[in-house]
Design a protein around this ligand. Sequence first.
Ligand SMILES: Cc1cc2nc3c(=O)[nH]c(=O)nc-3n(C[C@H](O)[C@H](O)[C@H](O)COP(=O)(O)OP(=O)(O)OC[C@H]3O[C@@H](n4cnc5c(N)ncnc54)[C@H](O)[C@@H]3O)c2cc1C
Length: 509
Amino acid sequence: MNKANQRDGAQLAPWKTIVNDEPFVSVTSAPKQTDVIIIGAGITGVTAALRLIKAGKNVLLIDAHNPGFGTTGGTSAHINTFIDTTYKEAEDAFGLDGAKLLADAVNEGFAEIKANIAEYNIECDYAELPGYIYAEDDDQVKELDNVYNGTSRVGVSIREVESVPVNVPYKQALILDGQAQFHPLKYLNGLLRAFNDAGGFVLENTLIDDISKEGVLHKCIAGDKYFYAKDVFYATHIPPKITSFSFRCAPYRSYVVAVELTNAQYPDALIYDLQEPYHYFRTHVIDGQPLLLVGGNDHKTGHDDPDQAFADLEFYVRKYYEVASVKYKWSSQYYIPADGLPYIGQMPETAARVWCATGYNGNGMMLGSISAKIVSDLILGIENRYEKLFSPSRIKPIAGFGEFVKENADVAYHFVADRFKAEDIDSFKEIEAGSGKIVELDGEKIAAYKDEAGLIHALSPVCTHAGCFVNWNNKEKSWDCPCHGARYDIDGNVLTGPADKGLEKFTTN
Ligand SMILES: Cc1cc2nc3c(=O)[nH]c(=O)nc-3n(C[C@H](O)[C@H](O)[C@H](O)COP(=O)(O)OP(=O)(O)OC[C@H]3O[C@@H](n4cnc5c(N)ncnc54)[C@H](O)[C@@H]3O)c2cc1C
């Protein structure tokens, strides 16, 4: 029975104030064999599970924690007709037909959410609103022109606008009608209810640590428990272990604050700037209280200081808005794909009929929903017109996505340099209560967390995924790997893949 509604960080996201009352199966009552096993109960996995059960498949949905534990529980829940990879960038890399197909996929993902809300009668604060993008200087005006031209060419409606409901001064702006927002966990819970009603099985707190092939079946291994299926879908946001995705998807943290204003200047719109990294503004009513949600200050996981990122974001909001109080602040993780498009389909380097979907950038509401549709079609033997464009086996030069190349170069750097660069400190004394640090003890590096009672939780700092050293994230109280974004809690348990094993524990006296 599910009652927990945790997420992969210590900071509370406003979506997490609701609980899921759906009855879930226990590990002993879960079916040992089904047609399909879906690993990961975020928007991707739950949407796919519902589609497949409705198509007549027997489905087991497994999560290492609880539904919504991952980024779906830490998203900012915009639903758009455009994505972070601009249509201009997509056209440059994949041609106009490729960019048009991408736009169709984004819109179909959007439509999938809307259709599910209507079909399953899901109350999830869904609202359609205009979306604005504005430029603050001449360089951004040029970028805005590119956005306008690229978006128009793929047939997505966009036009110039005089006025934007934002307090930030701007030079020029565009408007996209018919964007939307919702409460991601109310939506997820609605899908889960429909999945349960249709006879689906949800198994929580079960980390799949390996898959092997036995005849025509895949064996999903969770410690000493096994579950069999003909098809397995890694809807884990990033597939586990060292795979080609370790080098094709760069992990980023992104920050959000939800503030109460002293006046009623809450925008009835979704608003984005063109800074690098960008900011966005939107309003959501939580427990009767309108809140201004402002996001941004993204950085590569394990690199910048999360305290500073929150401080900078809060400073930025206060510069333009009269803030009465900060009600929520949280961060979460996303993955930038090497060539700008997500990877959806047969998982490379594995047996046939193991599927995956990853590399959504900050657009997983639409891309997770369309992934669910694409992978469901592939499982059901239905042709899907997006299969080739998003194929994880595609080979595409990554020129033009300079940010990715620059960022991923430091994966190699961290493999080498972490061994020598950890801070040299000879005792645990300097660690503040409630905080963590890499310390050295008898020549051995230790990831040490000091709890409020003064007890040290000592772990090996070596990430179990690819052997880099983890860094302390003082806001989400987690150990974050700067190479591929694996994250662990203070006792070394995996919070975020691609690691599928916890950090090794040290015993201290
Ligand atoms: C701050 C922020 C704001 C965002 N805002 C937007 C937005 O406004 N609009 C938008 O479209 N997108 C947005 N995104 C992106 C979007 O939220 C994500 O792309 C999307 O939620 C990913 O969903 P998912 O189901 O693929 O993965 P997740 O929600 O991360 O779910 C993966 C699940 O897999 C489970 N899991 C992992 N490994 C295993 C294993 N080995 N065994 C069992 N279970 C496992 C995890 O516990 C988790 O529950 C945002 C991202 C961030 C970080």
